[in-house]
Design a protein around this ligand. Structure first.
Ligand code: DGL
Length: 271
């Protein structure tokens, strides 16, 4: 796919870096890479501290700060917070502390969601994202008449990371949350944790697929548009590199549904 830098003849081969608590952010990474195949990429899965959705604000700020400093040392030109929980809880506190551009998922997509022809939106997310009310607050900035119902799904991230997606107990846990969501009669349901698209084959057993919104589709396009506008694009792919803070084998195995990682991720111990 063709894309050009707005500042002609100038390219920037520094990597675009992504992070999440685990494999969830790959649902974003995979889409950005499809839109911008000529970029170099870094990805950090903070698997030691997963699940983020059960952590405190202080912990989430500390994790994000460490990862952002790690990317600073790796000379990233932009960082994608491919994690709703971190965007909801840590982004605001940290956004001005680094040299690179930072793209947070929630703040990037809500202006688009606010324009949808939808009266009632249900947001399913991790407990920490729901507690922050980041989605309802952000959407209200652009559209105060859209009703936003927020529901926490405490077990869904572990189901994905522990590759238990098709087990009867997991399907039951997914259904339980969907039943609660359906009771509010929403027009659309936002999969507001980057791990949840891994569950789509289970989700669509109970609710038609077109009722779900995967924010990463809108997010990837926003990232591409802004990088072009900022004159920060590259013209030749050279590398992509994956890092984790624990258990590289498990990351490689759990990632398969969205992105096949050929090399074992590098283990970074001091995170
Ligand atoms: N995938 C992340 C999110 O979008 C974090 C999930 C977790 O570790 O609880 O919220």
């Amino acid at each position: 796919m063709e894309y050009k830098n707005t500042l002609q003849n100038k390219t920037d081969n520094r990597p675009i870096a992504f992070f999440d608590s685990g494999v969830g952010g790959l649902t974003v990474f995979e889409k950005v890479k499809k839109l911008m195949p000529q970029e170099n990429y870094l990805y950090f899965g903070d698997t030691k501290n997963m699940p983020y959705g059960e952590k405190t604000e202080e912990q989430l700020i500390e994790f994000a700060d460490k990862i952002l400093h790690f990317f600073e040392r790796k000379n990233a030109k932009a960082v994608v917070i491919a994690c709703n929980t971190s965007s909801a809880v840590a982004y605001k506190k940290l956004k001005n502390n680094y040299k690179f551009k930072i793209y947070p998922i929630i703040q990037s997509v809500c202006s688009t969601f606010a324009k949808l022809d939808v009266k009632k939106l249900c947001v399913i997310a991790t407990p920490a994202t729901i507690k922050s009310h980041a989605y309802s607050r952000e959407i209200a900035k652009y559209n105060s008449s859209m009703e936003v119902v927020e529901i926490a799904a405490p077990n869904w991230v572990r189901i994905v990371e522990e590759h238990r997606i098709n087990q009867p107990q997991s399907i039951e846990q997914v259904k339980e949350i969907l039943d609660i969501a359906q009771k509010s009669l929403p027009d659309k349901i936002v999969l507001a944790c980057t791990h949840y698209p891994y569950l789509i084959n289970v989700l669509k057993k109970f609710i038609p697929e077109d009722k779900f919104i995967d924010p990463s589709v809108y997010f990837a396009q926003n990232i591409k548009d802004d990088l072009i506008k900022s004159g920060l694009i590259n013209n030749k792919f050279e590398y992509e590199k994956f890092y984790v803070s624990a258990d590289p084998q498990n990351f490689q195995l759990a990632s398969q549904l969205f992105y096949k990682i050929t090399e074992l991720p590098e283990l970074i111990l001091d995170m």
